[in-house]
Ligand binder design. Structure first.
Ligand SMILES: O=C(O)CCC(=O)C(=O)O
Ligand SMILES: [Fe+2]
Length: 348
């Protein structure tokens, strides 16, 4: 990982809206310097995939509810199988997303608003207005709950997305139920404190085109996700890595599994028992990779603090912050490690 965040600054490349087009140029043998994220080859190295035993929702269904990791202090991500989401639906989400990215660029400006909290946003890297070094990634971000939004093209996107986001919320609710039990918190307390009935759910589609210099570029820079839980699927092409005990580890997706990634707000709500996971996406020079990250957070107006139940016996390790403000802070900066979480963590 880069030791320090690349310097902030206005870039002459601010008008770049898409890496796909660049990657498709026939004579591209190297990458422009503003995609050189890693300068030291050691930073891109990762260990072999860890073999993980997936928890299965149906096997763990109530009263023994699903678990993520062996104990609540985990910093781990887990693949979940038997989640109840049909494989065809997961494939359809990836296919229709690919269709969106394949639309002519001339048809996409309507999805490129200035405001980072607009409900439909297509773009490249993470925040080109703030980054000096870009990520080798195009993205589509759509707010799908509590209000459902969707680009009006390609035509099948709406139906597929609506079903996938509903099914994902059901999976997340089951997982959160298990997590609340593991923390000794009533499910209703969690629901109420986090405003889960109007939870913010964001669909993020990531496109990582083939890259001529995969050891220098990054698909998405090291970061933790800001919500409670992210459900991640991909098109059979590997690229996700997570940091475990200071080392980067490749994550291999089991067929038909969903990776569950713990986000900052679960870390805050659990007062640090669950730790959000530092992860990144790497690129390759053979195949285009698509990943779909479904972010599931509290409701935007919730002021999130560690659960009251936990604070009966523990000192708070995080200061309260409105979820919307947290989201704004994260989205309007460059993506860098756990930098936003650090702002609310109480240092001992
Ligand atoms: O593409 C991946 O595997 C990771 C994507 C990701 O971390 C994100 O969208 O937040
Ligand atoms: Fe992420």
């Amino acid at each position: 990982m880069a030791e320090t965040a690349p310097l902030l600054g206005q870039h002459s490349t601010a008008s770049i809206t898409c890496v796909k087009k660049l990657a498709e140029s026939t004579d591209l043998n190297s990458i422009p310097s503003y995609y050189a994220y890693y300068t030291n080859p050691a930073e891109t190295m990762a260990s072999d995939p860890m073999i993980q035993s997936p928890p299965s929702i149906s096997r763990c269904s109530p009263p023994t509810t699903p678990i993520i990791g062996p104990k609540p202090s985990t910093t781990w991500t887990k693949p979940v199988i038997n989640h109840g989401i049909p494989e065809e639906l997961m494939r359809a989400v990836i296919d229709v997303t690919n269709e969106f990215f394949n639309l002519p660029e001339e048809e996409k400006p309507e999805f490129q608003p200035e405001n980072v909290l607009e409900p439909i946003r297509y773009g490249t890297s993470f925040n080109t207005a703030k980054e000096k070094v870009f990520s080798w990634r195009d993205f589509l971000k759509v707010f799908v709950h509590p209000e459902f939004h969707c680009p009006d093209k390609p035509q099948p996107l709406r139906e597929v997305l609506m079903e996938y986001c509903e099914r994902s919320r059901q999976v997340v609710r089951k997982l959160l139920k298990g997590i609340s039990q593991s923390l000794g918190i009533e499910e209703t307390e969690m629901e109420k404190s986090l405003g889960l009935n109007s939870s913010l759910q964001i669909f993020i589609a990531n496109l990582y085109p083939r890259c001529p210099d995969p050891d220098t570029a990054v698909g998405i820079a090291p970061h933790s996700d800001q919500g409670l839980l992210t459900l991640l699927i991909q098109n059979q092409v590997a690229g996700l890595q997570l940091q475990h005990k200071g080392n980067w580890v490749n994550v291999t997706a089991l067929p038909n599994s969903i990776m569950v990634v713990i986000g900052d707000h679960l870390e805050i709500f659990s007062n640090g028992k669950y730790k959000s996971v530092l992860h990144r996406a790497m690129v390759n020079n053979e195949k285009t990779r698509i990943s779909i990250a479904m972010f599931n957070g509290p409701s935007v107006d919730t002021v999130v603090s560690p659960a009251a139940r936990l604070l009966r016996t523990q000192a708070p390790a995080y200061v309260p912050m409105k979820y919307k403000d947290y989201l704004m802070a994260q989205q309007s900066n460059q993506l860098y490690a756990k930098s936003i979480l650090k702002r609310v963590r109480i240092q001992n």
